[in-house]
Design a protein. Structure first.
Length: 329
């Protein structure tokens, strides 16, 4: 079957028509359910959603080796000790995971769950000491420390193969959430401009009268009185544009734009760094060990890119029981 025929039938990778339709509904639910009121809104998004799912699947197809998230794995899998501050913090993440609870609530599922773990990387600078190859200690050395926070188990599967195949859907879900966040921020900006416009109108209406305290209406914009007419024109022009963009047709057009060029909004790949046991970036010749991780980036503007580290992992029913025995919740 040719690629174009597969695309027309809704195929391509593991994504069938039902998967694409559900992904479309998820996208609309996240951004604005009212988009469904527009004629053929779902149909207009289907091709872009299908292509974005394929693109996301290709990006995160090559993930690092799974983490051993058993109690023993915390000490034997060096990566786990770098990613979690303590065994107790790992225990809390596993016990608080709704995805794992749902997976192990079905007795028919295999005893081993393969999960997708997402966390936020944090890098900070500090001055520290460094052990040189000749045995001397050098103090006040600029160091970069990388830590990992806000751990979440976003999905659990019955095999590593299914995890790798379906992780693209989880990446797509993350993109949906990020688009909803951006639309919400844009709407918050519109509300700020509307509030400023009201202040400008009240100050213009006050004129030189003392019945209204114009100084209390200045807000943070602090526009001078003689600049108010020009500022009002600017606000009207900007709000007119934002009104179109935040209308239902405008939101639909925005989603179509993102889905046409997902590579501008979503990137992922396998990254590597070298860290010592305290998380300090350290070259290999000074004892740094290689850490391979999946890195997902969401965002269009350079100053508003959200990064997430992605790892597959495995844990068994017995592992969870041992964690509960060590740290009962």
């Amino acid at each position: 079957m040719s690629f174009f025929l597969q695309r027309w039938l809704g195929g391509g990778g593991p994504w069938g028509r039902q998967d694409v339709a559900q992904a479309v509904e998820r996208l609309i639910d996240e951004v604005d359910p009212r988009v469904r009121l527009l004629p053929r809104s779902q149909q207009q998004l289907q091709r872009g959603v299908r292509d974005t799912l394929r693109y996301a699947s290709e990006l995160i197809e090559h993930l690092p080796a799974p983490l051993d998230l058993s109690p023993a794995g915390y000490t034997t899998d060096r990566r786990v000790g770098l990613l979690f501050a303590s065994p107790e913090s790992l225990c809390r993440v596993l016990q608080g995971s709704e995805a794992l609870q749902q997976y192990f609530s079905h007795p028919a599922n295999p005893d081993t769950a393969y999960l997708l773990l997402v966390m936020q990387p944090q890098a900070r600078q500090r001055l520290g000491s460094q052990l040189l190859p000749d045995g001397q200690v050098q103090n006040d050395v600029p160091q970069q420390v990388i830590s990992f926070e806000q751990h979440r188990v976003v999905a659990a599967y019955d095999s590593l193969k299914n995890l790798r195949q379906l992780a693209g859907m989880e990446a797509f879900n993350a993109l949906c959430r990020d688009l909803a966040r951006r639309v919400a921020l844009f709407d918050a900006r519109r509300q700020q401009l509307e509030a400023e416009r009201q202040r400008v109108l009240l100050r213009l209406a006050a004129g030189g009268q003392t019945l209204i305290n114009a100084d209390a209406l200045r807000g943070r914009d602090d526009v001078k009185d003689d600049e108010l007419p020009r500022r009002l024109q600017q606000l009207d022009a900007e709000l007119a544009v934002m009104g179109k963009q935040l209308s239902l047709p405008g939101k639909l057009d925005y989603l179509r734009q993102v889905l046409r060029q997902p590579q501008q909004y979503f990137k992922a790949g396998l990254e590597s760094t070298w860290l010592d046991r305290m998380g300090v970036v350290t070259p290999p010749d000074l004892g740094g060990a290689q850490l391979d991780f999946g890195l997902m980036k969401l965002g269009e503007a350079e100053d508003d890119v959200r990064e997430r580290v992605v790892f597959p992992g495995s844990v068994t029913r017995r592992d969870l029981q041992q964690w509960r025995e060590r740290w009962p919740q």
